[in-house]
Design a protein around this ligand. Structure first.
Ligand code: SAM
Length: 212
């Protein structure tokens, strides 16, 4: 986890500049986030692996009481600077700093893409612990890179910053099985192509599951 956190510390400011407004060009993602916010009822929502907090801010704009948590203190600092009115905390998705059942729902948007299968299982179990029964979880991840073959893309440089990151391309059926093993009931699955000029050239999947 250390190398993931320090890598995101290195790119935090630039990530916010480049990606902080991305939802403006992503109507389908906005629709999915709208569904998530609507399904949380009056409970707060945790944005796990929130990065610079732009999605947390979007959820707050929809009326959700959204809280962001991220492994990278640099990302958390950027998120707090951008939105000092919202709550952002440093923490590991595999050991969330929250009590049992305190959230109405959860989001993990491209947050498990650096985790191996064992860590993903811990993350999904932790999300299950902090979300109340029946609450929704939205998980987004990359399934394939259009210009790179293979299940993992390793980056040692990202936008000119030194990093040490493995980007994993995940099989939706495998992630769905990991969610089910952690107690999540499948509800919806959306797969899509990348939006040219808006995002990295990767195929993506979003799974919506309900806490059993
Ligand atoms: C690709 S970024 C996605 C950020 C944001 N969710 C988005 O959609 O733009 C991945 C984020 O997940 C965070 N992350 C990775 N592993 C994590 C973990 N174990 N616990 C918490 N955050 C983690 C990283 O620090 C980074 O900010």
């Amino acid at each position: 986890m250390d190398r993931i956190g320090s890598s995101y510390d290195a790119v935090a400011g630039e990530y916010a500049e480049r990606i902080g407004d991305e939802l403006d060009g992503k109507p389908l993602d906005r629709a999915l986030l709208g569904a998530l916010a609507a399904m949380c009822g009056d409970g707060p929502l945790v944005d796990a692996g929130c990065g610079p907090g732009h999605v947390t801010a979007h959820l707050a704009g929809l009326g959700a009481r959204a809280v962001g948590v991220d492994l990278s203190p640099g990302m958390v600092a950027v998120a707090r600077r951008r939105r000092p009115d919202l709550a952002f905390v440093a923490g590991d998705l595999c050991r969330l700093p929250f009590g049992d059942g305190v959230f109405g729902g959860a989001l993990a948007a491209y947050a498990v893409i650096h985790l191996d299968a064992a860590a993903r299982r811990r993350a999904f179990a932790e999300l299950h612990r902090v979300v109340r029964p029946g609450g929704p979880l939205l998980v987004s991840f990359h399934t394939a890179h259009l210009e790179h073959a293979g299940p993992v893309l390793h980056l040692s440089q990202w936008w000119g910053h030194e990093v040490d990151l493995d980007f994993r391309f995940l099989d939706p059926a495998e992630v769905a099985a990991e969610l089910a093993a952690a107690g999540w009931t499948p509800h919806a699955r959306v797969e899509r192509e990348p939006l040219p000029g808006v995002e990295a050239p990767t195929r993506r999947c979003t799974l919506l599951a309900l806490r059993g």
